[in-house]
Design a protein around this ligand. Sequence first.
Ligand code: NI
Length: 170
Amino acid sequence: MSILQIVKYGNPTLTKKAEEIINLDKYIERLAHNMVQTMYAAPGIGLAAPQVNESKRLITVDLSVGENSQNLIILINPELISQEGKLTSEEGCLSVPDINEKVARPSRVIIRGIDLKGNEKTVEAEGLLARVFCHEIDHINGKLFIDHLSLLKKSLIKKKLRKTVQIGKI
Ligand code: NI
């Protein structure tokens, strides 16, 4: 297993709709396990394949960051089945360094996808877990959390991020 490089704002893979996974082969299995290691090393509570430059519909989530193995969820081709409520809270992203902004997300969601054994899996989530799922599913649709902000706020952040990229901080 290895730790992968997390791509940052400005990388074209982050703004592309990721491809559906048709074959659950060794490559996908290895990618998923490497993503888990990368997420733990970051450390982060969620990671989507486009963040490691793989345009594939694969996400990993673990609110315990590896403390409790039962909390780890790996989902292939995850879909948002239903959502309710609204919760606004601060959010950040490993691919958008040093930016934290308040984002409104559904307070409860139901997500459906495929696990690494090829079985269909349905997950009910609320609060922070619901937020992470929405954030990661956004990633595989080429959307970043800053895309939820007002145009003014977004343009200010983009200016700041461009500057950071230029001076070589990321
Ligand atoms: Ni993110």
